[in-house]
Ligand binder design. Structure first.
Ligand SMILES: NC(=O)c1ccc[n+]([C@@H]2O[C@H](COP(=O)([O-])OP(=O)(O)OC[C@H]3O[C@@H](n4cnc5c(N)ncnc54)[C@H](OP(=O)(O)O)[C@@H]3O)[C@@H](O)[C@H]2O)c1
Length: 311
């Protein structure tokens, strides 16, 4: 597994992360199989959120901890990331001081740990008061409850607003990216083309902003065709893309999942892929993508086969 020191932190992190949004209904043995397959592939980083799972909050965090019963030394070998700021019962967003502190305390209890390695603000709160975020981050940091901070689904100016008040570096921005859902990378190649939908700016320069500011990008839903509508791999709606994926998989002697992750990791921004499969075999398959370096023509062939335009 390719690893790197996450800029702005002392964390050595793998290029591929296991997201555990979908483990609520898994048995202890199934959760352990997800964990073991991850570790066997060098994935020591697990992505949580307070809202994942079926309890009002913290369901998947609790399932993870109950199933694994990690010793302190096992926990110390891991990077545990979680997110706060969404209230499921609504839904609405809440970046107030009290909500963030309470959410982290709930995550610590559910995960049965003393500290979160990386806390992300999950989705921008229209009513954000950055002074309150700063106060919450200061308290959580001073208490040793959270070691590093970041955001998810945030635009450059939303990050700049937070940075005006927050003292800790914001080191990560978790955003949706797959070969088929790629406005972050496709728009920049088609700016100012009136008749091309790809030209519409949906991401406000987030990719280049994060590169310029050494903010690591984390790609969520790397296998989903669009927004939680099933994977593009093996999907009859994407025959041309699957033909290219399968040919490249054969030529690199890896499973198709590895080509999907390799496409994201070939982009030269600092990326991590947050894979959400609960299948141990697919975790192993996806992890192999960290060892594949697609050529420039191969990267663009996948891009075109997914329906994106090279103007
Ligand atoms: N920050 C955010 O706003 C945000 C939003 C969504 C998700 N996330 C994070 O990102 C992680 C990944 O999200 P995701 O689960 O939607 O992404 P994903 O990895 O693209 O999708 C995984 C889902 O696709 C299914 N799948 C079917 N065939 C597959 C194949 N050949 N390869 C891979 N998966 C296949 C998996 O089923 P099986 O389990 O049966 O393999 C699973 O249900 C989550 O766990 C969470 O940590 C963050």
């Amino acid at each position: 597994m390719k690893t790197f020191t996450l800029p702005g932190t002392d964390l050595v992190v793998p290029a591929i992360v296991t997201g555990v949004m979908r483990i609520q209904e898994k048995t202890d043995a199934e959760v352990r199989a997800i964990f073991d397959a991850s570790l066997a592939s060098g994935i020591t980083f697990f992505d949580h959120a307070d809202i994942y799972g079926s309890l009002p909050a913290h369901g998947c965090e609790q399932r993870f901890a109950e199933a694994l019963r990690l010793t302190p030394s096992q926990r110390a070998e891991l990077v545990l990331q979680t997110k706060a700021g969404i209230v499921k019962d609504g839904p609405y967003f809440d970046f107030s001081h009290d909500h963030l502190v309470e959410a982290v305390n709930g995550s610590l209890r559910a995960l049965n740990t003393d500290y979160i390695d990386l806390l992300l603000l999950h989705r921008p709160d229209a009513l954000v008061e950055p002074e309150q975020v700063a106060q919450a981050f200061d308290e959580l940091s001073a208490a040793g409850k959270v070691r590093h901070f970041g955001v998810s689904n945030h635009t450059p100016y939303q990050i700049e607003l937070l940075k005006k008040y927050v003292r800790q570096p914001l080191v990560a921005n978790q955003v949706q990216l797959s070969i088929t859902h790629a406005p972050l990378v496709t728009q920049g190649m088609a700016m100012n083309m009136e008749q091309l939908d790809q030209s519409i700016d949906r991401t406000l320069g987030t990719l280049d902003y994060c590169r310029l500011n050494d903010i690591t990008l984390q790609a969520w839903s790397p296998f989903q065709a669009k927004f939680f509508d099933g994977p593009f791999l093996g999907n009859p709606g994407y025959p041309e893309l699957n033909a290219v994926v399968n040919r490249l998989a054969a030529s690199y002697a890896v499973p198709p999942e590895a080509i999907a992750t390799a496409w994201i990791l070939r982009h030269p921004a600092s990326w991590q892929v947050v894979s959400g499969t609960t299948s141990p075999e697919r975790i192993t398959a996806a992890a192999k993508g960290a060892d594949v370096e697609l050529t420039r023509p191969e990267w663009y062939e996948l891009y075109r086969a997914a329906g994106h335009t090279v103007p």
